[in-house]
Design a protein around this ligand. Structure first.
Ligand code: AMP
Length: 493
């Protein structure tokens, strides 16, 4: 294996949390496999902006490049792409929730096994990784990174199963949590979705090449066609003989993450035959039906509030206006890790369009309220611009619980809706009225009649506290990072 790495390595403490939000991509048997992977990752950049990596294989050797920062800054030059030889490649784009990203945590992770090399890229979060890691360390495993994904590699290494696939199944049978995986071995790429299918993974085709990607927008960018979504609990092996699929886990009802539709996925992606943009507009329409306001303008909090605002405006008949303008040269606020940067970020990112807002009764529409930081600042900005009334409508139910399945949310104590009712939140944010779409309104927008409370159609734990997968580490208070008692820290300088 050749490892080429960016010289840019931040000085950091090694206390990455387990949680990650990520995008994954893989291509088998393609000309320009690495270039296609870089383009795919560029389309998935919204799923993680802190670091990225690509591993390719040319029949003889693996090649890897990893870097902190954006795809366009690190994977656009021929001098890098041309060195990632081969007809197959996988890639990953990520960010960690604390922001303390280490190059050695950047995926795809690579390991040499008795059967050969394996690279792995993971979107999701394992909820028993800490517990397993302790057990593995006791048995002699030496961990190189702090990412939960490394646990899968060690479990595979210790498996007695003969084939690579069986070792993978062996490992996955021991892990809990949400995972969409793309792996690269010497003669195949492998895609996996966890038994509940919490995170997305789609299969595409470009001429004779198969592609695996987190979202369809990564297929569009290279001109590939969507074939189908990988099914929950499905493992798909793509090699020179074509495509083979099997389902080694007990069948369970799908619980796809509803927050992917609300915020996380790109609006031009379709998941399970639902277009994300359409869903967001329908949530806005439900919100308008449930919580109408007598107002002059519907104004989105850009960009994430735009589709729901269009839905709200169309349903209510109130004009849609861009009363807030976003500076696109600043990354997503949330993706900037520290509180200090997050606060700065909001100011840098949005500006009120005074000429539009002055003297008007305004309905602001956003996708979600997490800590409330964004809403407070936006409302102050809109009032300072001379709005006569400011109402806020939110295209998700109140976020009352943290996510442990791969969406970065702060601890429960920091969630505004965990401590306050809607009236109290309205006061804190400083609006004349505040309303959230109801759970059933959200499900109607997903073309479901209502939430099936006995067997819900989606994972909506962030709104209901109904966690479909065991939270082993969290319940044992192990979920806060690897370095609480057993493991010393490690700083890359
Ligand atoms: P807050 O300021 O903490 O209330 O954050 C709410 C804003 O962050 C909303 O405008 C959302 O668009 C965005 N947001 C919500 N959840 C996430 C997430 N998990 N990752 C990144 N951004 C998010």
């Amino acid at each position: 294996m050749t490892i080429t790495t960016s010289p840019y390595v931040k000085s950091q403490n090694d206390d990455d949390k387990l949680h990650e939000e990520c995008g994954v991509f893989g291509i088998f048997d393609g000309n320009n496999a690495a270039a296609h992977t870089a383009l795919g990752l560029h389309a998935l950049q919204h799923r993680g902006q802190e670091a990225a990596g690509i591993v390719s294989f040319d029949g003889k050797q693996f090649y890897s490049h990893k870097a902190l920062g954006l795809i366009s800054d690190n994977f656009s030059s021929a001098s890098i792409i041309d060195k990632l030889h081969g007809h197959m490649a996988i890639g990953h784009t990520r960010y960690s929730t604390t922001g303390e990203t280490l190059l050695r945590n950047v995926q795809p992770l690579f390991a040499e096994f008795s059967f050969g090399g394996l690279a792995i890229a993971h979107n999701g979060n394992l909820t028993n990784a800490m517990h397993l890691r302790r057990e593995l360390v006791k048995r002699g495993s030496l961990f190189q990174a702090t990412s939960d994904t490394e646990v899968i590699i060690h479990l595979m290494a210790l498996s007695n199963a003969k084939s690579i696939e069986d070792r993978l199944v062996d490992a996955l049978n021991q892990i809990e949590g949400a995972y969409s995986l793309v792996c690269l071995i010497e003669n195949a790429i492998i895609g996996v979705r966890d038994p509940l299918g919490v995170r997305p993974l789609v299969l595409g085709k470009l001429d004779n090449s198969y592609i695996l990607a987190s979202e369809t927008c990564a297929l569009d960018i290279i001109g590939a066609q969507r074939v189908r979504d990988i099914e929950p609990g499905e493992i798909i092996v793509i090699n020179k003989d074509g495509l083979r699929s099997f389902k080694p886990f007990p069948q369970k009802k799908e619980r796809f993450c509803v927050f992917e539709y609300i915020y996380f996925a790109r609006p031009d992606s379709s998941i399970n035959n639902r277009n994300v943009y359409d869903v967001r507009k329908r949530i806005g329409a439900e919100l308008a039906k449930e919580s109408p306001v007598d107002a002059d303008l519907i104004v989105p909090v850009p960009d994430s509030g735009v589709p729901a605002s269009i839905g709200y405006a169309t349903e209510s008949g109130i004009p849609f206006e861009l009363g807030i303008i976003r500076n696109h040269y600043v990354g997503r606020t949330f993706i900037e890790p520290t509180d200090h940067v997050r606060h700065l970020g909001v100011k840098l990112k949005h500006n009120a369009n005074q000429a539009i807002l002055k003297g008007k009764r305004v309905v602001l529409v956003d996708d979600s309220i997490v800590r409330g930081t964004t809403s407070k600042k936006i409302v102050t900005m809109v009032r300072d611009a001379g709005a006569a009334e400011v109402h806020m409508r939110i295209a998700s139910p109140p976020t009352t619980h943290s996510c442990y399945y791969g969406v970065d949310t702060p601890e429960r104590s920091q969630l505004m809706a965990a401590k306050n009712n809607v009236e109290e939140m309205a006061k804190i944010i400083g609006v004349d009225s505040l309303a959230f779409v109801s759970i059933d309104g959200l499900y109607r927008a997903m073309h479901e009649k209502k939430r099936d409370n006995k067997s819900p159609q989606f994972c909506d734990a962030c709104f209901t506290g109904d966690y479909p997968i065991e939270l082993t580490d969290h319940n044992r208070s192990l979920g806060k990072g690897y370095h609480n008692d057993t493991f010393a820290g490690f700083a890359e300088i």
